[in-house]
Ligand binder design. Sequence first.
Ligand SMILES: [Zn+2]
Length: 527
Amino acid sequence: MSDAASILARAEDTLRPLHRVASQAWWDSSRSATEEHERQRVAAELALSDALADPDLYREVSSARQNGGDGLAPRALDVLYYGLVPNQVPEEIRHRIVELEASVDSRFTQHRATVVGRQVDDNEIRRILRESDDVAERREAWEGSKTVGAAVADDVRQLARLRNEAARGLGYRDWFALAVATMEMDEGRLFETLGECDRLTAEPFARWKAATDAELARRFGCAVEELRPWHYEDVFFQEVPVTGSVDTSETFAGTDVVELARRTFDGLGLRTGPILDRSDLFPRDGKSQHAFCIDIDREGDVRVLANVEHDSYWADTMLHELGHGVFDLGYDGSLPWLLREAHLTVTEGIAIMMGALAQESSWLRDVAGLDSDEAESLDAALRRRRAAESLVFVRWVLVMTNFERALYADPEADLSRVWWELVARHQLLTPPEGRHEPDWAAKIHIASAPVYYHTYLYGRLVATQLHATLDREAGGLVGRPEAGAFLTEHVFAPGQSIRWDRLVERATGSPLTVDSLSREIAAAAPA
Ligand SMILES: [Zn+2]
């Protein structure tokens, strides 16, 4: 066996079982945030982190990368190397980070907001902000959604300090720089893309928001200047409110969105049964209120955690998470374990593309059973809605990414001020007067998935570019097994054997750019 092959074989033998145990522990603690589960999760993550910190392995991998190797070995060495780098930090710091992350995460999982004197879950907050015309109640629901921020803010700030200390010890400017680099991305390029997206969306977003604000002011009987964040539907304004847009909620009344999602993937020839059988899909006390998909063993044990209600939001989310899931089931089984994973940008691209189907007329007709005349009459409005979703989403990513860069540049800054300045600048929201709460810390990604959000932006670009490719190559997506076959062959099967940017270029025929996003926005602009 060559040097590279034997290093990779030993690394796999060590990491593979630890990875599986850590994934299972994460799953257990998300299903039920007990002290026991938190303890098990910390132990499993420390064991994995200790193995990834192994200085001998790091030295061997670093030197083997210089010598190249045959076949997939150079690529596997790269992927392994980027997994080892963030762990080459003093044990004490590493362990404190793992413990603090688990503790913050448990508090997120246990936390329930109080609105009008009773405990409510995130679904109830979403319902109030969708349906209630009582502005006082809306405000209380919005404020309730932020209380988790106050419960974790000090520790999230402390995590930023610890992550920075780790990154600086490795010669990086801060954790933000390290995280982007170890995702095989270029920070300069990332901020160029963010700048392009900013320029592309600023004017159409402002126009769309002015029209939406006028509708909201009419609905709530106030002046546009009096609108505050709780007048919108999503607690972070990361989604398009139904007010002023097309309302598809009737279509979902009495449906089973899990079944709709299953049928969608059936239509692509992609099996989701094995995933759904292992999943935990409905709300419960003590369970994480978010949604995620996890690949436990890279051998077919893929699960989704969700809190499904049968509405458009959860239809989108189930399509999204199962999009991640079919990706994980689609790796070429002959790939080495180290390469049987997806780059975040590409898997988010698939997930976002699938989730967006819940707003496409062909999906509403063929899968959700909307009358075909009605589907046709809604088509133009749905296109505008999808373009609006892209605008709203891009503006929100600008807030998140710029905030996280600022957080790691200076964790001691007045972060509430930084947050609301970014929200006002990019999302054009009016901050509540005199509010000094750590609202930034209520966004779970900042604590638990640090420096992740920019992958959603690239993911959205991948989604629009890939959708255009599927329209061309397979005549569309809904009910097209050809599209499923294309995705399996060109996107899922290669896993990490091809670097993410090359994979996108090979699958779509051109490098990843903002062009398809630009076309989507332009096509929906009012004449
Ligand atoms: Zn996702």
